[in-house]
Design a protein around this ligand. Structure first.
Ligand code: ZN
Length: 121
């Protein structure tokens, strides 16, 4: 089953990016972690050559934040970063997988996620 689309993507007012999916699940990422994980060809290559911690200079990475996002088809979103980078397409599947594996989410208590939603844009 393909990943469902997000119901909302909230990235304002913090260094986090929070996705509420249409199936009610919620995932939270550090914006800088998403920037470092940019899936575009250029970043992939630089990550391989320079290493995941170094391909973006820390002085830039620590200030980078999401300026806006845009849907890409029915399978992903594009993130426009404050450092001018916008080449990466973050597929829904990728984001869901990362939420489980790579990037730890903020602590939230499980078990009470019954259909409550907030309008976040
Ligand atoms: Zn990139």
């Amino acid at each position: 089953m393909p990943a469902p689309p997000p119901r909302s993507v909230d990235y304002t007012g913090s260094e986090l990016l929070r996705i509420t999916w249409s199936d009610g699940r919620e995932t939270v990422f550090q914006q800088t972690a998403l920037r470092r994980a940019c899936p575009c060809a250029v970043c992939r290559r630089q990550r391989e050559e320079l290493g995941p911690d170094r391909f973006i200079p820390p002085s830039i990475l620590e200030k980078v934040h999401v300026q806006r996002t845009a849907p890409v088809g029915r399978y992903g979103i594009k993130i426009f970063w404050s450092d001018g980078h916008d080449a990466g397409i973050y597929t829904f599947q990728m984001l869901r997988d990362w939420a489980d594996a790579v990037i730890p989410t903020e602590g939230r208590s499980p078990g009470s996620g019954s259909g409550r939603s907030r309008d976040a844009g």
